[in-house]
Design a protein around this ligand. Structure first.
Ligand SMILES: Nc1ncnc2c1ncn2[C@@H]1O[C@H](COP(=O)(O)OP(=O)(O)OP(=O)(O)O)[C@@H](O)[C@H]1O
Ligand SMILES: [Mg+2]
Length: 380
């Protein structure tokens, strides 16, 4: 559906006109892309990593005709073999103008490996490449250096963007795979890598641990939420375009309700748009928020069911605004056990991305889960 028909998008990557702000982040990424510095992007789920990288990649390619961006999503890649095949295929695709070139380039740039190409009958884009893995695994170098070799020979600057990068941890012998990647990538001068993923703690482990192969690999960016001042004009414009009245105060109420969480903000705006076509009032926002919470309730229920009783009690204390959880009074009031217990469960909740601890303050990461949780557990 077009933007006119469907002003708010959530769950998909947003770009162009629907992309809100992130000017400083885009600038920093573009600078990295241009100067060949590797980038690492870490943030909690659904704050906009994939959208930011897509948008920055689009801008980078628009800047210079010799710039190329290659996207790889590790989400469905479960083995080294799949990774190498996807890398080879996507690099060839993004550096070739049309499908005849794919085959030509594929043949030209492989010396040891003989890739097999296949083409769909009617769709020019259904190009596929496969490798005889028994043979190809002897020449991993050739595949890993493919981006650098193509970039050098064709005079290109390439950025390889890898989403859900932490998935490599699920590969067999992940540690040595990491070492191989790092040892090749650090010698690439015409190619830089932008690595990001939605499992925050796994990403932090890969990039911030001194013993990890990827320690100090690149510019680590901790992505923040988008500030209210940028959401307000976006909301006012989008609703006004649809012929729906909205004022500044209501626009601010919408972003406050979801604590400026990008995904939920779009979902809330979308819900409002489906129930109101004349003027948005506080009642409409509240009703839409309830609707949205109910829509998501099934997931929250599951989430809550996966926690043990002490963890639920701990969340209750956090929801009530307690940050000093090991105080005797708090431990007693909420029945959360010993300091050791508290600390263990707190870290478990943090690891699960349910809570966030910053400057000794503990917060729920998901504002709508928080509202649902309070409704379920604190109104007894
Ligand atoms: N710059 C933006 N402008 C407008 N909406 C945005 C922006 N960034 C993110 N969003 C909203 O948030 C949603 C999630 O964004 P995105 O998928 O890019 O996040 P992510 O961090 O990659 O998520 P995940 O952790 O699930 O991979 C988008 O579908 C969109 O609704
Ligand atoms: Mg993503």
């Amino acid at each position: 559906m077009s933007e006119e028909m469907h002003p708010f998008n959530y769950g998909t990557v947003v770009y162009n006109a629907t992309f809100v702000n992130r000017e400083a982040d885009k600038k920093r990424l573009l600078q990295n892309f241009n100067s060949g510095i590797n980038s690492v992007l870490i943030s909690p789920r659904r704050w906009g990593k994939s959208s930011l990288v897509k948008e920055s990649g689009r801008l980078f390619e628009a800047e210079n005709k010799n710039n190329r961006v290659c996207f790889i999503d590790m989400f469905s890649i479960r083995s080294e073999e799949e990774f190498y095949t996807t890398l080879a295929k996507n690099i060839i695709k993004c550096t070739s103008a049309k499908w005849e070139d794919w085959v030509k380039n594929g043949k030209e740039f492989f010396k040891q490996i003989i890739p097999k190409f296949s083409m769909g009958n009617d769709d020019e884009n259904s190009f596929s490449l496969s490798l005889d893995w028994e043979e190809a695994k002897k020449y991993k170098d050739e595949i890993l250096n493919l981006p650098e070799n193509i970039a050098t020979q064709k005079g290109l600057k390439i950025v390889v963007c890898i989403d859900e990068f932490q998935n490599l941890k699920t590969f067999r012998d992940a540690d040595s795979f990491e070492k191989i990647l790092r040892s090749h990538w650090q010698h690439h001068n015409h190619v830089s890598y932008c690595l990001y993923g939605s499992k925050r703690h796994m990403m932090e482990n890969i990039f911030n641990k001194k013993t990890s192969a990827f320690y100090r690999f690149g510019d680590v960016m901790l992505l923040q939420k988008i500030e209210q001042q940028h959401w307000t004009p976006f909301l006012i414009n989008a609703f006004t375009k649809q012929g729906v009245k909205i004022n500044t105060e209501i626009a601010e109420l919408i972003s406050s309700k979801v604590q400026c969480h990008p995904y939920y903000l779009q979902q809330l705006a979308h819900t409002i748009w489906t129930i109101e076509d004349t003027e948005i009032t506080e009642q409409v926002v509240n009703r839409a928020f309830e609707d949205m919470m109910n829509t998501n309730a099934m997931f929250y229920q599951k989430e809550a069911e996966s926690l043990n009783n002490t963890q639920i009690q701990l969340l209750k204390a956090i929801a009530k605004g307690h940050s000093y959880l090991t105080s005797t009074a708090t431990m007693r009031q909420f029945n959360i056990g010993t300091p050791r217990n508290v600390s263990k469960n707190k870290h478990a909740l943090e690891y699960l991305d349910i809570i966030d601890i910053a400057n000794k303050k503990i917060n729920f990461l998901d504002p709508v889960f928080e509202a649902w949780f309070c409704q379920q557990f604190l109104t007894l």
